[in-house]
Design a protein. Structure first.
Length: 107
């Protein structure tokens, strides 16, 4: 059931992110070494930057996994309870879609 609060209560599949990061890390290391040995410093640098980004992402993922159920709830932890009421307040001056323009009245 969609409540509109998903951005605030969404959960990340941290274990899947970890394994995908590990896979990407292996390829980034391989690409950096292969391009450096092949004499393509630009591509080696690009793979090196990717290697750095993947390492930072893995560090964040591992930190969140270690912080426990707030970031990585197990199967025994129920989903966050959606907030009561509308998920976001209507902006000021918002018109209901079924009402006509301001000042227009139906007979």
């Amino acid at each position: 059931m969609r409540t509109g609060s998903e951005p605030a209560t969404a959960r990340s599949a941290l274990r899947a992110r970890f394994w995908l990061s590990l896979w990407g890390l292996a390829w980034a290391v391989f690409g950096t070494a292969a391009f450096a040995l092949a004499g393509h410093p630009g591509w080696a640098a690009a793979c090196g930057v990717l290697w750095l980004l993947i390492t930072v992402d893995m560090t964040v993922v591992l930190r969140h996994i270690r912080q426990g159920p707030h970031y990585q709830p197990g199967r025994d932890v129920p989903p966050y309870r959606p907030p009561d009421g509308p998920p976001f307040p209507e902006p000021p001056g918002h018109r209901h879609p079924h009402r006509g323009p301001p000042g227009h009245h139906h007979p």
